[in-house]
Ligand binder design. Structure first.
Ligand code: P53
Length: 477
């Protein structure tokens, strides 16, 4: 038995357009949902404003100015030895309002140049089509993915990207963390996943199931179109993975955890199997939900199943049943409990490297598809020391522990894993909170939560550590 990862294993880093590009209104770009979100903090989400309000600070407008600095940043990724780089295409650079019939050429040109710059160093671009950056005009004028028409707008955008870039990009993903919206009682996920603002009194859960259905149909259509454009493309889904453990072995805690997992991960069932699970159909009947799901939609789902599963893994969760109750409905915003066996980050994210091994095995048992860890990482406060350097041993410890478990999953358990791209390989704007100071990077960016700083880049200790990890293909940790 080999004690190493496969030779072709992809090593890199991951980002999303809206969190680092900036240039929010440059070269014809339209306003995206990320452009109307402010800054929050460790214990609260950022706010979503109705359009852009004068006097508010919107951190994504400038990001880390990657749009103008990508050449120098990619040179640093190459210096670390990246063999791949995951980013997304800002929908609003290609279709600024979402409903145009022709793409915006300067937007396409930017990504042509960016991908060429990666390929110059032998870095394979890995691309997410929709990463929390839907055109804001689709929200205002169509209700985002409440509206069936948005399927067509996404299809047009995706087709333009696949047609233009299929010779430069092999691995694609359709919707980033499509399952975040299982947390429909918070405002963040419905807005960033689906462009949905809820009105008071609406049945949030029913609306979520409808929007997610339209996205799953849009995804399946795009998988099929992509394979028609180029049969060599690998088109995956992208799931935010964090196992939900039962708090105890009380049988009702076991059922509660099982039901929670079903509700958070059925999205993968539809992507992979092309059908809805029985329990969900039963639930819709029980709750009287009348969803717009046509026979044609069901045929599209069956004909557009994904080639692999992209996943993010940051943490695990735990849950317990409500004493005296047989109600196993899942409400992510209230039911999760602290796991006393693991520590948590300053943002309360529970650190659980073994949960990654569990997760990779669970996904393999469930779906029997190749997996790709397209996000993993430690959001932390960094301090520039007296010597001018960031000594981020805590980040190295986190990543090392996760890579050890990842290797066990591959080498001992036989999980088919394509690669590993830690999140935020260069410091960027946090998706959940809008903070700059929740940092993930190997590369430090001089900018704070209020937007002050030179934007200058510098290498942290983790930069040199990751360089060795890659050059040894994961043998030297
Ligand atoms: P931030 C919640 C839970 C897990 C992953 O997140 C999440 C979120 C949303 O905040 O998002 C993914 O920046 C996402 C990235 C994001 C990253 O995780 O809130 O795909 O866009 O930046 C880390 O610390």
């Amino acid at each position: 038995m080999s004690n190493s990862l496969p030779d072709h294993f992809l090593w890199g880093g991951a980002v999303a357009a809206h969190q680092l590009e900036g240039a929010w209104d440059v070269d014809g770009k339209g306003i995206s949902v990320a452009d109307v979100m402010t800054v929050g903090g460790p214990d609260h989400y950022r706010s979503i404003t109705k359009g852009i309000i004068a006097g508010e600070y919107y951190p994504n407008h400038e990001g880390i100015d990657f749009y103008h600095r990508y050449k120098a940043d990619i040179a640093l990724f190459a210096e670390m030895g990246f063999t791949c780089f995951r980013t997304s295409i800002a929908w609003t650079r290609i279709f600024p309002k979402g409903d145009e019939t022709e793409p915006n050429e300067p937007g396409l040109q930017f990504y042509d140049d960016l991908f060429d710059e990666c390929l110059k160093y032998g870095i394979e671009p890995i691309v997410t089509l929709s990463h929390f950056e839907m055109p804001y005009a689709l929200v205002e004028n169509y209700g985002g993915f409440r509206n069936r028409q948005t399927i067509d707008f996404f299809e047009r955008f995706a087709t333009a990207c696949l047609t233009r870039f299929h010779t430069k990009v092999k691995h694609w993903m359709t919707f980033n963390e499509i399952n975040n919206q299982a947390n429909f009682n918070e405002d963040f996920a419905p807005f960033t996943n689906s462009g949905i603002y809820y009105e008071a009194g609406e049945n949030r859960e029913e609306i979520m199931y409808q929007a997610a259905h339209y996205e799953l149909v849009a995804s399946a259509k795009v998988v099929k179109i992509g394979h028609e454009i180029n049969p060599d493309l690998e088109i995956g889904c992208m799931i935010a993975m964090g196992p939900i453990y039962p708090q105890t072995c009380h049988p009702k805690d076991i059922i509660m955890a099982q039901k929670a997992m079903e509700h958070r991960y059925y999205f993968a069932d539809v992507h992979v199997h092309g059908t809805y699970p029985e329990w969900l159909k039963k639930e819709w009947t029980r709750k009287g939900y009348q969803l717009d799901i046509t026979e044609n939609d069901l045929a599209i789902l069956e004909n557009g199943t994904v080639d692999y599963i992209g996943l993010s893994y940051y943490m695990s969760f735990a849950i317990k049943h409500t004493p005296g109750s047989d109600n196993f409905d899942y409400d992510e915003s209230t039911q999760l409990v602290r796991n006393e066996y693991v520590k948590a980050s300053d943002w309360g994210w529970q650190i659980d490297p073994e949960g990654l091994r569990y997760t990779l095995n669970w996904l393999t048992d469930m779906y029997h598809l190749p997996l790709f860890i397209v996000e993993n990482g430690f959001g932390a406060y960094d301090k520039v020391d007296d010597d001018g350097q960031v000594h981020d041993t805590y980040r190295i410890d986190y990543l090392k522990a996760h890579i050890i478990e990842m290797k066990k999953a591959v080498i001992e358990d036989g999980v088919d894993l394509i690669g590993y791209t830690p999140w935020g390989c260069i410091d960027l704007v946090s998706a959940g909170t809008g903070e700059m100071e929740k940092r993930y990077g190997f590369i430090y960016v001089d900018k704070d939560n209020a937007g002050n700083g030179s934007l200058e880049r510098s290498k942290k200790d983790s930069f040199y550590w990751y360089q060795t990890v890659i050059s040894s293909n994961g043998d030297t940790l």
